[in-house]
Design a protein around this ligand. Structure first.
Ligand SMILES: *Cc1c(COP(=O)(O)O)cnc(C)c1O
Length: 297
């Protein structure tokens, strides 16, 4: 497989402003899973690529925005594993390609552009059939790669962590990563997900549905927090920007403001309010996404 051996490092996180909270914090560095296919998007692809291969598909099709970590990972993984790939991008045709899309194209991904209205149809079977017909057919991955096979890949990453801990926390976009963590935790452990989008409440149902689709029993060991979106997806306040810079300067850990920055910032707030209490042992998932930082320079 393209990122075997499929493990990422676990590192202590010693951030001086958190020193008095009496907690132990580790970071699961999925950003270092692979030099290009970083983070949770790599883990979500693993069983999907295996399924595509098993089905005899040679072309992978998916959706994403102009800074999509998913399309970026997919383009590289497809090339490495001998597939062709097609990305349907929510963007206006004729705009200059972002560095993310330039990478995708350089790795052989064929790009097509969809209006916002068409992009909203990305889960309609008839629309998928129409798009597939336009590029010769293939194996569809949903936006973000978020399906039942993705949940399995994430759960596998959780099982790599062999020290004792109480809470496993991650940033939440579609919810597949939080579902995989909930599936992979041991009896006494719980998961906290930090929604990065405004109005993330609908995600709770989605997460339960993903667990069921991946054939895990229902679990109540997870919690989704929807109050830390900071204005919405990809919105970066001065305080969030400052926090990311401060963490990088004091610990050397690179964060980006769309996902991982919001996660660490929110955990800081939960520590400050005492909701995460002294004595708690935490693992924070670094889901990668650092390629997207190029959009903030
Ligand atoms: C996609 C992504 C997430 C969110 O994962 P979901 O499974 O969609 O909830 C978190 N962090 C990064 C860096 C991502 O690219």
């Amino acid at each position: 497989m393209f990122f075997s051996p499929c493990t990422s490092p676990l590192e202590p996180f010693e951030y001086p402003p958190w020193a008095d909270y009496g907690v132990r914090v580790f970071v699961k560095r999925d950003d270092r899973l692979h030099p290009q296919i970083s983070g949770n998007k790599g883990r979500k692809l693993k069983y999907n690529l295996a399924a595509a291969k098993a089905a005899g598909c040679t072309r992978l099709l998916s959706f994403g925005g102009a800074w999509s970590n998913h399309l970026h990972a997919l383009a590289f993984a497809a090339k490495a594993e001998g597939f062709t790939s097609v990305g349907w991008v929510r963007a206006d045709e004729g705009q200059p390609l972002t560095p993310t899309l330039q990478d995708c194209q350089a790795w052989g991904m064929q790009l097509h552009f969809l209006s916002r209205a068409d992009y909203r149809r990305r889960d309609e079977p008839a629309f998928l059939a129409e798009l597939a017909a336009r590029c010769g057919g293939g194996y569809w991955l949903p936006e973000g790669g978020s399906n039942a096979l993705a949940v399995r890949g994430i759960a596998e990453g959780v099982a790599e962590v062999c020290l004792d801990y109480d809470v496993f926390a991650c940033a939440v976009g579609s919810g597949a990563t939080l579902a995989g963590i909930a599936a992979g935790l041991g009896e006494q452990q719980r998961a906290i997900g930090i929604a990065v989008l405004k109005q993330g409440d609908y995600l709770r149902e989605r997460i339960s549905a993903l667990l069921a689709e991946a054939q895990y029993p229902p679990r109540d060991n997870w919690q989704l927090r929807t109050e830390f979106h900071g204005g919405g997806y990809a919105k970066c306040s001065p305080s969030l920007r400052h926090f990311c810079e401060d963490v990088a300067q004091k610990t050397g850990l690179p964060l980006e403001p769309v996902y991982t920055g919001k996660l660490f910032y929110a955990v800081g707030e939960l520590l400050r309010s005492g909701e995460i209490s002294a004595g708690t042992r935490l693992v924070l998932l670094h889901t990668g996404g650092l390629q997207g930082l190029r959009g903030f320079l």
